[in-house]
Design a protein around this ligand. Structure first.
Ligand SMILES: CC(C)(COP(=O)(O)OP(=O)(O)OC[C@H]1O[C@@H](n2cnc3c(N)ncnc32)[C@H](O)[C@@H]1OP(=O)(O)O)[C@@H](O)C(=O)NCCC(=O)NCCS
Length: 467
């Protein structure tokens, strides 16, 4: 799956930087909706002009292999919020992860260490690096919108304990659509030009509610159903989330801020982003669209990989112990491959080098938990796995991805429940995919609404090849 890259992405990047550098009358406003209201007409004009000029430009070709390979290499989607470079990794609105760590507002009124996801959401939506006041205003806004309806609480409390946390998460998000302002406005015949406003309102509400939903799931499954407590209106999203989960360690709160920032967005072609976008293109409301994305994130080749990594690392420790030699490690990796399994946390459909999200988590671990045995195991694996994958000769990318590291940090602070890790990923992913959905509606982009049902059936393909 690919976005419009190369030429076209360059043009879009230029547009993004234009967006970023615009000085609007409201640039200092702490009202995110007002800032967006000012940005959208200009961006709509830009896209209109761009399409008028380049609408018929051919940007790629489609081969039989790209069809059988899952639309691999086909330039077929537009995503405003982030761009994934195969060698450099993700850039959020043009900013790399180290740049975001440096420039985004921090927690505790600016004295914290890691970026606030609230600031990242502002950046993803507007293309503008927010001020501390703007990020703090988003915290306040989300705190005000965090309450969840009783029917969702009851539903969560009635789920059996053997229902996977991701299934619970997705079901709760679907049921939350009783709150959808978009669905209500649509049923009342709202004008198309107003779609983005209701999508924005739903997105803000949904993001605000996710930590409470996720914390109830955690406490029901692993803390005997103890209450999550109330939102502290003066604190940020990550602080409240960590506290509702039952973690008050200041370093864990910083980890949450980092974790929720870096897992948010990875261009538009990955399963969770694409599924959200696709379902949204049917004008399903943001709750239904995001729930679809979460069902994709729950797959072992996508978000569930961070759970699988910890399961796999735990097996290594159980079978070989902490003082594992390099040879024992190599044997373990080879045995995994010979059993026909993938090495979780390694490889990527687009990236061709070590994921910068892996690197920044590694840097966090080097600062906060350099002697943790699991971290040491991850570090040793980093030394042996790429060579083995290269020797096996199948993978396009032998380097670690984000999932190779995240679980190790969580277990260090006491969150040992691996089944739960993908839920944290899901809370974060909401930021990117919902910011994208707002832009989909603002730019009138139901991109994947099928115009025809020309399935690439083998007979049709053979016919096309003969031609
Ligand atoms: C992420 C992933 C799904 C990308 O898939 P992809 O785009 O098909 O990757 P490639 O083109 O490199 O795959 C080529 C071959 O190498 C294999 N491969 C890729 N990553 C591998 C890994 N980590 N371990 C073993 N084999 C791997 C693929 O299964 C494929 O084999 P096949 O030809 O027998 O089907 C894949 O790398 C993977 O399964 N990784 C492990 C799970 C994971 O960490 N997921 C999180 C992603 S952020």
């Amino acid at each position: 799956m690919a976005l419009l890259r190369n030429k076209i992405v360059q043009i879009l990047l230029n547009q993004q930087s234009t967006l970023g550098s615009c000085k609007y009358a409201t640039a200092s406003s702490t009202n995110l909706r007002e800032v967006l209201t000012n940005l959208i007409p200009e961006k709509q004009e830009e896209v209109k002009k761009f399409r008028a000029e380049h609408g018929k430009t051919v940007v790629g070709s489609v081969t039989v292999d790209s069809i059988y390979g899952g639309m691999r290499g086909i330039k077929g989607l537009v995503t405003e919020t982030s761009v994934l470079d195969a060698n450099e990794g993700i850039r959020f609105r043009g900013y790399s992860i180290p740049e975001c760590q440096k420039l985004l507002p921090k927690g505790n009124g600016g004295t914290g260490e890691e970026p606030l996801p609230e600031g990242l959401f502002w950046l993803l939506l507007t293309g503008q690096m927010p001020t501390q006041e703007q990020a703090d205003a988003v915290s306040r806004e989300w705190n005000k919108r965090a309450a969840i309806p009783n029917h969702v609480i009851q539903m969560l409390n009635n789920f059996p304990s053997n229902l996977h946390p991701m299934s619970q998460f997705s079901a709760a998000i679907t049921a939350l659509n009783t709150e959808s302002k978009f669905a209500k406005a649509y049923s009342e015949g709202v004008k198309k030009t107003k779609y983005w406003e209701y999508t924005y309102e739903d997105s803000m509400d949904l993001i605000a509610k996710l930590p409470t939903v996720a914390a109830i799931i955690y406490r029901n499954l692993y803390r005997e159903g103890s209450p999550v407590g109330a939102i502290d209106m003066k604190k940020d999203w990550s602080w409240n989330f960590a506290t509702m989960l039952g973690y008050e360690n200041a370093d864990f709160v910083e980890l949450m801020r980092l974790y929720l920032t870096i897992h948010s967005d990875h261009e538009g072609g990955n399963v969770s982003a694409h599924a959200t976008h696709l379902v949204g293109s049917a004008l399903s409301d943001p709750y239904l669209s995001f729930a679809a994305g979460m069902n994709g994130l729950a797959g072992p080749l996508h978000g569930l990989a961070n759970q699988e990594v910890l399961v796999w690392l735990t097996k290594v420790r159980e079978q070989v112990g902490d003082n594992i030699t390099e040879q024992q490690m190599k044997d373990f990796v080879w045995n995994t491959l010979k059993a026909g399994q993938v090495v979780p946390g390694y490889g990527h459909a687009v990236l061709r080098k070590t994921d910068p999200r892996f690197t920044c988590q590694r840097e966090f671990a080097l600062k906060k938990l350099p002697n943790d045995p699991m971290f040491k195991l991850v570090s040793s694996l980093y030394k042996v796995v790429p060579d083995i994958l290269l020797e096996q000769g199948k993978v396009q990318n032998p380097w670690p991805n984000v999932d190779a590291h995240s679980g190790v940090l969580l277990q260090y602070y006491g969150m040992k429940e691996m089944n739960y890790y993908t839920v944290l990923f899901g809370v974060s992913r909401a930021l990117g995919v919902l910011a994208s959905l707002v832009w989909d509606r603002a730019l009138g982009l139901p991109l994947e609404r099928p115009k025809s049902y020309d399935t690439p059936h083998l007979i049709k393909l053979a016919h096309a090849v003969k031609k």
